[in-house]
Each structure stands twice: as structure tokens, then as C-alpha cells.
Design a protein around this ligand. Structure first.
Ligand SMILES: NC(=O)c1ccc[n+]([C@@H]2O[C@H](COP(=O)([O-])OP(=O)(O)OC[C@H]3O[C@@H](n4cnc5c(N)ncnc54)[C@H](O)[C@@H]3O)[C@@H](O)[C@H]2O)c1
Length: 298
């Protein structure tokens, strides 16, 4: 959808025809909703964007003569490697092969292919339309043009790319996300707070600022710059940091407690309704950001 909005002609490929049919009807519905809310990206109408998208179950038809491939098959090394092996013999030498992988390292993903020099991980955030961050992690063999070209494509889409200078497990977004989860897990395990409390700390506290700025700018503004912040708070921060606990396992009684508390609040049958609730708020936040960005520019 995002590529089509930027004017690219897009071919969506899947082994399941049903998935393609669902994707097309979902995209049509979403584009219509976005147009009604004034949230469409780019200058094309919803219908023009939709016309840029076609589907196929023929792999060669999808990847031959294209400038960019965004692979989104499930997060399994063997499966992704088999897709790249297919692409390897069909893609042009200038094409960029990008993966949506969330944690698999580019050095492992691209190790077996001839076009390893054209490979990059372009890890989107879900839902990409409302959370525009894309982490870019090039393969260790990437040609010099791979990062700047992918970066330029993402910016043309209206996404916000960040480039990692080297690969690391979980990249950056998931490392930070899992650090938060690890600490929240420990606090629940130690009986300090419940799930509802953790969610409030994030949604009514940290998350309010994080929708607009990161932890370092938050600190910078909290005092008169970083040096003053460190002077005031370093001893307290180091004291707390030194009490943070090492990794726990993602299972057992804490998992039971989190599931039970969440299920009492959001029954599993209501997940779809709650996702719609979330997306409505994300859309409203996008509208607000768009308006305020416009005021910043004025
Ligand atoms: N869902 C997210 O929030 C999210 C966010 C960022 C990155 N990612 C990454 O994107 C990738 C896909 O995740 P997802 O959640 O969209 O998965 P998914 O299971 O929802 O969709 C995967 C699709 O791949 C298709 N598929 C399976 N095998 C295939 C093959 N051999 N060739 C072509 N198509 C095939 C399936 O039919 C399905 O439509 C993963 O690497 C994941 O880590 C997901």
C-alpha cells in the first residue's frame, strides 16, 4: 500500500491465492477509509493508488525486472533462504532484495545467495502506515548504493528510516521493546505491580512523550541539557540501573498472570474490536502529528 501510494507499481506475490484475495479487499477498504479521513499518503487518489497494485502467484512474474523486492514470509531462516534462492536466479544485478525480518541477521539470511551484495533487512513497524519507523540493516557484503537507495525509497514512501551501523540480535526496536518487557515482567514477578499498572505507566506516562520524542531528548528537555541532567540524576539513575535484573524466561506463572489479567480486560473474542479501537487512535494520532508538523513548517 505504501509503495503504491508513492507511485510505484507493485506486484504482491504469495503462495496462497486466498491471502492475495484478502489483501486486495483489505487494501481497497483501507485506502477508502484513509481517503475519507484525509490521511492518504502522496498525491494520488485512493483509486489511483489501488490501480498501482496487482497480484500474482507466479514468482518469476513477481521478481523479474523489478528494482526492489520486499520479502515478508514468516520469520524462519530456512523458509526465507529458500525464497532468496528462487529470487537469486531471477532478479537483476541492480535490484535490491530487502527482508522484513524482525530479528534474523542479514549475515545469516544472505549467506547462501549470489546476490548477497544486494541484500538488506528493512524491518518495518506494525502497523507501518501509522508507525513509520523502518530499521535498515545491510548485509555485510552490501554494495555502497544499497543503503542510500533503500533509505531514499523509504523516505519517498513517507516512512522514517534509521540505519544500523552493524547488525545485532533483535536490531534496535525489539531490543528496546524487550528491555521494557523484561523489566515489566520482573516487576510483576516480584509483586511490585500488576499488568494493568504496567500498561498505565506506559500509555499514560512514558508513551505520551515517546509518541513525539525519544528518551534522550526527553532527558535533555527535563534539565538544561544532558550535562545538567547527568549532574542532577546520574547517581539516582546508576543506582536504579544497578538493580535491573538479568533475563528471565518467557513462560511459567508470570505468563499465566499476564494472560489472565489481559483476558479479564479484553476477552479473546473481542481482540478484533480492540484492534479497531487501537487503529482508530493511531489514525487520530497521525492526524494530530500531520497537523502539528504543518504548523511547525508554517
Ligand atoms: N506482523 C508484524 O507485526 C511484523 C512487523 C515487522 C516485521 N514482520 C516480519 O515480517 C515477516 C512476515 O510476518 P507476518 O506477521 O506478516 O507473517 P504472516 O504469517 O502474517 O504472513 C506471511 C505470508 O507469507 C506467505 N508465505 C508463506 N510461505 C511463503 C512462500 N514460500 N512464498 C511466498 N509467500 C509465502 C503466507 O501465505 C502469508 O501470507 C516476518 O519476517 C516478520 O518477522 C512482521
Amino acid at each position: 500500500m505504501l509503495f503504491a501510494a508513492a507511485g510505484y507499481r507493485v506486484t504482491v506475490y504469495d503462495i496462497e491465492i486466498r491471502q492475495l484475495e484478502n489483501a486486495v479487499s483489505d487494501i481497497k477498504m483501507q485506502l477508502g477509509d484513509l481517503e475519507r479521513q484525509g490521511l492518504l499518503r502522496g498525491t494520488l487518489s485512493a483509486d489511483q493508488q489501488f490501480q498501482n497494485i496487482r497480484t500474482t502467484t507466479n514468482f518469476a512474474d513477481a521478481v523479474k525486472d523489478v528494482m526492489y523486492i520486499q520479502e515478508c514470509v514468516p520469520e524462519r531462516l530456512d523458509l526465507k533462504a529458500s525464497v532468496y534462492a528462487q529470487a537469486d536466479s531471477l532478479m537483476s544485478d541492480r535490484c535490491i532484495l530487502a527482508s522484513s525480518a524482525s530479528a534474523l541477521l542479514p549475515s545469516k539470511l544472505a549467506a547462501g545467495i549470489t546476490h548477497r551484495n544486494r541484500f538488506i533487512v528493512a524491518h518495518p513497524t506494525n502497523p507501518p502506515f501509522y508507525a513509520p519507523l523502518v530499521e535498515l540493516i545491510p548485509s555485510p557484503w552490501a554494495d555502497p548504493d544499497v543503503v542510500p537507495t533503500t533509505n531514499a525509497i523509504m523516505e519517498k514512501l513517507g516512512q522514517v528510516p534509521v540505519v544500523l551501523k552493524k547488525e545485532i540480535e533483535g536490531f534496535v526496536l525489539n531490543r528496546i521493546q524487550y528491555s521494557i518487557m523484561r523489566e515489566a515482567w520482573g516487576l510483576i514477578k516480584d509483586g511490585v505491580i500488576d499488568v494493568d499498572g504496567v500498561d498505565k505507566v506506559m500509555s499514560a506516562g512514558l508513551g505520551r512523550r515517546y509518541a513525539f520524542m525519544g528518551p534522550f531528548e526527553t532527558a535533555y528537555l527535563n534539565a538544561d541539557g544532558m550535562y545538567v541532567y547527568a549532574e542532577r540524576y546520574a547517581a539516582m539513575i546508576e543506582g536504579v540501573m544497578n538493580t535491573l535484573k538479568p533475563t528471565s524466561t518467557f513462560g511459567g506463572p508470570v505468563l499465566d498472570q499476564i494472560q489472565q489479567e489481559l483476558e479479564a480486560r479484553i476477552p479473546l473474542d473481542d481482540l478484533q474490536k480492540r484492534r479497531q479501537w487501537r487503529d482508530k487512535r493511531l489514525a487520530a494520532l497521525s492526524q494530530l502529528n500531520k497537523r502539528l508538523d504543518g504548523e511547525d513548517d508554517a
